[in-house]
Design a protein around this ligand. Structure first.
Ligand code: HEM
Length: 415
């Protein structure tokens, strides 16, 4: 079951990555007739990445790792939760494709399909949280990975308060730009900066445990508290007050310093990590450096007026989170995939493609400073995005072989 959930997460990555390619070509060639609403397709891309790829993949990995630390193995309720989670995460793609967070005519009624499916996804995450609490509440000690997962889930729950706020504003028909931005970024940015970062680090440390003793006193709770206000940096400078900015920027620097301790500890173990993971470390390091730069007076306001946001987002989500998650999923459920020639080809395409894509996105963000014409950069970004997208298909083939073999093995044993 967990292996299949991993497969669905990988399939979601492939579909969302090819949608990203469509968007990249659409930016300079125009979108095709069957995908006219650029903003809605972008929402379909980002929500499938968030719900179907990262969240589902992390939940499958956490469930897989829990028994190592004394937590319960997956029971019937866990299987139902993962199946519902997979179904609803995939459903977010068609739900957002037509109108994003807007209304879609279904029969005689106009329904906010995107918000409705996002709300249902939140319910299955709560079910995961309930099962996690049941599985871990009797642990005598809470080692580093479990502490990180605890805090990751706490931030996940807090981020969903943003969705509740958005729905309330919508239901009341209230127009309030500050609250609208606050709730939107509480949901999406805290979800990514909090849940993704801590759950991923917990899983990485859990996988590294057999290699030797885990480092002592790496930050967990204080890191979660520092990450909490950073979502405000995603808000538009037009609505953020100076006091809110300084709280968010200060917390961002503190979070970067604390995350830096994890980065350093992982850097010392870099030889035990696959190449995909090392690309993740580079992107993670860059992410921390950017966090420090944003606190410099004027830099955040200036960057908000450029395309740099797309670079920041993809450096974090594609360069760090996805590279490491891809490596983890393959290592857990297809242990030899990364060492064979096909695995090396897949890793090479992902690393080269993601590397050049990120450099090009940074160039587009600094368009006024670099001398390369923007159109050329858009073309490079579109063509080079074929590499990580192609790598996702190869990863899916490599992974599928393992799933099919695993299913065939008991059957063969009976012959
Ligand atoms: C092959 C890899 C990828 C490609 C080609 C790609 C492409 C794109 C493009 C073209 C956009 C719109 C940019 C704009 O409008 O200026 C975008 C936005 C976005 N992407 Fe990706 N992306 C990829 C991977 C990812 C991953 C792995 C994640 C998350 C795990 C992700 C999350 C997002 C988010 C959150 C946005 C912003 C959505 C919004 O503002 O509404 N992307 N991506």
């Amino acid at each position: 079951m967990l292996r299949w959930t991993g497969w669905i997460a990988l399939a979601a990555l492939a579909l969302a990555a090819w949608t990203g390619v469509l968007l990249r070509f659409g930016i300079y060639q125009g979108m095709p007739d069957w995908a006219q609403n650029y903003t809605a397709v972008r929402h379909a891309h980002s929500h499938l990445m968030y719900f179907g790829w990262v969240t589902l993949g992390l939940m499958a990995l956490i469930r897989h790792e829990l028994p190592r630390w004394g937590g319960h193995p997956l029971g019937r309720a866990g299987r139902v939760q993962l199946a519902a989670g997979a179904f609803l995460a995939l459903l977010s793609f068609p739900a957002f494709w037509a109108n994003g967070y807007g209304l879609t005519q279904v029969g005689t009624r106009a329904l906010p399909l995107g918000s409705m499916v996002a709300g249902l996804n939140v319910l299955v995450w709560y079910a995961f949280l309930a099962q996690y609490i049941l599985a871990t509440r009797r642990l005598a000690a809470r080692p580093l990975p479990v502490q990180l997962w605890d805090w990751a889930l706490a931030l996940l729950v807090l981020s969903t308060a943003g969705l509740a706020g958005l729905v309330t504003l919508l239901a009341r028909g209230t127009f309030h730009p500050l609250l609208q931005q606050l709730f939107l970024h509480l949901f999406l940015d805290l979800f990514a900066a909090g849940w993704f970062a801590l759950a991923l680090l917990g899983t990485v440390w859990s996988r590294l445990a057999p290699e030797g003793p885990l480092p002592e006193r790496l930050p967990t709770g204080v890191l979660a508290l520092a990450l909490l206000p950073t979502f405000m940096l995603g808000m538009s400078p037009g609505v953020l007050t100076p006091a809110m900015f300084w709280v968010a920027a200060g917390a961002n620097v503190l979070a970067a310093v604390l995350l830096g301790r994890h980065w350093l500890a992982l850097y010392h173990r870099r030889h035990a990590l696959p190449a995909l993971h090392r690309l993740g470390l580079v992107a993670f390091g860059l992410h921390l450096a950017i966090a420090a730069l944003l606190a410099w007076p004027g830099v955040w306001q200036w960057s908000a007026g450029t395309q740099l946001r797309v670079f920041f987002l993809h450096n974090y989500l594609l360069g760090w989170v996805s590279s490491v998650l891809l490596a983890l999923l393959l290592q857990v459920w297809q242990p030899h995939a990364l060492t064979g020639w096909a695995g090396r080809l897949m890793s090479g395409a992902w690393i080269a493609g993601t590397g050049v894509l990120l450099v090009t996105l940074a160039g587009l963000g600094l368009a006024r400073l670099v001398l390369v014409p923007a159109l050329l950069l858009f073309q490079i970004a579109a063509w080079v995005s074929l590499l990580p997208a192609g790598a996702t298909l190869l990863a899916l083939v490599l992974y599928t072989r393992r799933v099919v073999q695993a299913r065939a093995a008991p059957a063969l044993a009976r012959v």
